[in-house]
Design a protein around this ligand. Structure first.
Ligand code: URA
Length: 202
């Protein structure tokens, strides 16, 4: 039987190899714009994975997902419910490169990027996945339409718990912290996630 240390080492090596493969990806035309490929941030050992849509301008500049205003809001929300953005989560996107002018990803781009995301999910092996915004929800759950209806509900994908959440960019556009508004609904959703996470920690 493989020891915990050996399995950690193996995961580390597979993660480095996967990251390198994603960085040299030319599967779709987004790579023609010579973007910085944005793979992930956080911990590959985390039980919680957050999946957004695609890198924006700052993410493209720094090569990390969710480092702009949306990311700052996301981190402060996670911290406020006691989830560490560095240790407790692995954060990535459906697309690994920034679409020009932050346009919506095309179906083709999503299809070309999906195998990377699937490998990330397999490697990180999270117990819980939160889908940030409509694109991730559509791609992973096949659910279209308003997130107001779908957010905060648990789904199952291959034995993993999956919850749609409002995208942090939507919260920036709807900043009210009143009860029943998107911000406090998202905080409540994250509290549910935190609760569930604690049941996976022995
Ligand atoms: N929005 C996303 O969906 N992902 C990022 O990395 C940044 C903003």
């Amino acid at each position: 039987m493989i020891s915990d240390l050996a399995s950690d080492k193996l995961n580390f090596i597979v993660n480095i190899n996967l990251t390198e493969s994603i960085r040299t990806c030319v599967h779709c035309s987004l790579s023609n714009n010579l973007p910085k490929v944005v793979v992930s941030r956080g911990s590959p050992d985390a039980s919680l994975m957050l999946i957004g849509e695609a890198p924006g301008a700052l993410e493209d500049e720094f090569g990390e997902p969710f480092v702009g205003r949306s990311g700052q809001l996301l981190d402060s929300l996670l911290n406020s419910v006691g989830i560490s953005p560095t240790h407790d989560v692995f954060i990535c996107n459906v697309l690994k490169c920034r679409p020009p002018n932050n346009r919506k990803p095309t179906k083709f781009e999503i299809e070309q990027n999906l195998p990377w995301l699937e490998q990330q999910i397999r490697l990180v092996d999270p117990s819980i996945i939160c889908l940030l915004g409509a694109t991730a929800v559509d791609v992973l759950l096949g659910i279209k339409g308003s997130l107001s209806t779908h957010r905060g509900h648990w789904h199952d994908i291959d034995g993993r718990l999956v919850m749609p959440l409002f995208h942090p960019a939507y919260l920036l556009r709807n900043p009210s912290k009143d009860p029943g508004k998107p911000f406090s609904l998202t905080k409540n959703d994250l509290l549910k996630v935190k609760d569930k996470l604690s049941t996976f920690r022995i």
